[in-house]
Design a protein around this ligand. Sequence first.
Ligand SMILES: [Fe+2]
Length: 270
Amino acid sequence: MSSLSITPGTNNVGAYINSIEIKELDQKQINKIKDTLSQFGVIFIKKQNLDPESYQNFAKSIGTPVVYPRLKGLDKKFPFINVIERKPDDKNLSFGSSWLHQDTSYLANDRPRYTMLMGIEIPNGQGNTIFSSGFNAYEKLPYEIKIKIENATGIFSSSGPIAITRLEREKEMGIKSSDSMEAEHPIVKIVNGKKTLYVSPGHLMKIKNVDEKDAVYLKQYLVEHVNKKEFIFSYEWSKGDICLWDNLSILHMASEIKNCRRVMHRITMK
Ligand SMILES: [Fe+2]
């Protein structure tokens, strides 16, 4: 099998992994994929079109898949695959849209670290996924901000600004809305030996462990900072593509989709 190659994404956000067939990976290639994921935070693998079994097996080779009960499951045989479907007449916001975020930052323990999507049905010219690199955003912070947030923590809530997309989804599925969940985490993390920003604007309520007079300003500053164009890659999907990201180092959001169908298969992993 040919050896895989790596091409960085736009603005150095994430990396494409080229020349691989996920169905035929050997251990050396799996290790290379894990290394690339850890180094870049998000990887893009084009046009794999995996059947559910191969897709779930790939997830198991990268981490430990977790059941995500608040999204529709694919099938009893594939408990880890959730279906994210957008119908042409859906009028509400797309799940996870409008706010950059890091999945499940409102959980204190056992957060699923990785999220993976595969494009099953992709509309033309719509439905990009927007990624922002916490590595690049941290690196470009002014020195005085780095000092101010050195030991800062964030309070993250499932009732944060992004909650509306979850509530709409729960209503659609007839699930009783869960109680609000809240957790506190350091906002500067070290992944693969590099510092990265963990600020999940969709869930961030408050910055703590900073000078009290700076808390509001720093929250606003950091939210605006990770949204700057220079840290963003808007990924345009093709059918069968796989995006896999580390929620510690990469922020993401869905973009708006109107009057068309889009289906993704999603797996989260520890
Ligand atoms: Fe998300």
